[in-house]
Ligand binder design. Structure first.
Ligand SMILES: C[S@@+](CC[C@H](N)C(=O)[O-])C[C@H]1O[C@@H](n2cnc3c(N)ncnc32)[C@H](O)[C@@H]1O
Length: 359
């Protein structure tokens, strides 16, 4: 008898249930590409508030080909992203879906989430290769959809929480920002958080930095467009060596766990802060134990961690690979090893935990 013959008997109902669950998973995976397609072609924007539309009407309004649009609409209807009326042959985007799929100012805005997911999937063969050897794969090596999707995914949460909840939760920081503080935003990517803070606190100056040159170019462009370039500079430097000292506030948004040497970065933050300065660390929401993260948000984050965060850290010196679900206790260890004596959780959302570290 082989090992398989000796295995426990298979429950046919459970097997069938799992196969049907997998059908849903495959449909959802493919829909990631269809959502990005709908976003890029303006299909959701044309549907938003338009009432019921036929494929030909939607194609006409978006300058696209009716045959593709019809197939895309049927996939959207099968996945409950739009509703279908068989009598009229028309499709409708509900107001709630219109907000989530087209309103970039809403906290519920989703296209960036799908865009970074699609970029991650496109690069997954490289990650599978790296997983054979334990090699890393740098953030800078990914397709553009990862970088742009990241900014578009995180920005709505920063818009909704950063100046209204997260900064006010830090001890005495808002008063300093209002009077005139010097702030370093490390691992700033496209600079969404840096620019938002600069717009909210016109008496303060901001230095954004990131090791990824193309992200910094985009951040500079975005700062000019936002009219804050006079008080915001962006440097291409790793977190372990960004320039300047005497900072009132150092911020890291969703990037500490991506770094190869977060303890080295923490030491550098400690050395560049004023004695009464503050380090704000925004990390993905996570419990300390695996079982606390076995939920839909944890699932997405463990997947991003496998495809983006863990390889990013492994591609750098030290390669600590905290992962996107490191949890508060691991972050506290890093902060303490960096020479900070005070650490507390000050705010959270379903997606993010916000920590304050003080010298
Ligand atoms: C998930 S993205 C977050 C970007 C940005 N903070 C945001 O919230 O949109 C992680 C960022 O960390 C940056 N990064 C990774 N390792 C770094 C390092 N050692 N030094 C500086 N930046 C780093 C990446 O280039 C990337 O821009």
């Amino acid at each position: 008898m082989t090992a398989i013959d000796q295995a426990v008997a298979i429950d046919a109902d459970k097997l069938q249930e799992f196969v049907f669950k997998a059908v849903g998973e495959v449909g959802a995976t493919l829909n990631t590409a269809l959502v990005v397609m709908g976003d890029k072609l303006g299909l959701y924007r044309a549907l938003a508030g338009a009432g019921p539309l036929s494929p030909a009407e939607l194609a006409e309004r978006t300058g696209t080909a009716e045959r593709y649009v019809r197939e895309w609409l049927n996939a959207q209807a099968a996945g409950d992203f739009v509703s279908y009326d068989p009598d009229s042959g028309r499709y409708t985007l509900a107001p709630e879906q219109a907000v989530a799929l087209t309103d970039a100012s809403s906290m519920a805005y989703l296209p960036g989430f799908f865009q970074i997911a699609l970029g991650s999937v496109l690069d997954s063969p490289k990650i599978a290769d790296a997983a054979r050897t334990g090699a890393g794969y740098g953030w800078h090596e990914h397709v553009h959809d990862v970088h742009e999707g990241c900014e578009r995914f995180f920005r709505p949460g920063y818009n909704a929480n950063l100046t209204s909840a997260w900064l006010p939760a830090l001890d005495g920081v808002v008063a300093k920002l209002e009077t005139g503080a010097i702030v370093a935003d490390v691992g700033c990517g496209h600079g969404a958080s840096t620019i938002l803070m600069a717009q909210a606190y016109p008496n303060s100056t901001f230095v954004g930095s990131d090791y990824h040159d193309a992200s910094i170019e985009t951040a500079r462009h975005n700062a000019k467009e936002a009219g804050v370039a006079g008080r915001v500079t962006f440097d291409i430097t790793p977190a372990s060596g960004y320039s300047g000292t005497g900072y009132d506030l150092v911020t890291m948004f969703d990037c500490l766990h991506d770094m190869g040497d977060p303890v080295g970065a923490a030491r550098h933050v400690r050395s560049t802060l004023k004695p009464d300065g503050t380090w704000m660390i925004v990390e993905p929401q996570a419990g300390d134990r695996v079982e606390e993260n076995l939920n839909p948000v944890g699932r997405a984050y463990y997947a991003f961690s496998t495809l983006l965060c863990t390889p990013a850290s492994l591609s750098q010196e030290v390669g600590l690979a905290l992962g996107a679900q490191a949890g508060e206790a691991r972050i506290a260890d890093v902060v303490e090893a960096g020479g900070f004596t005070r650490f507390r959780r000050v705010a959270e959302t379903p997606f993010n935990a916000v920590f304050e570290a003080r010298p």
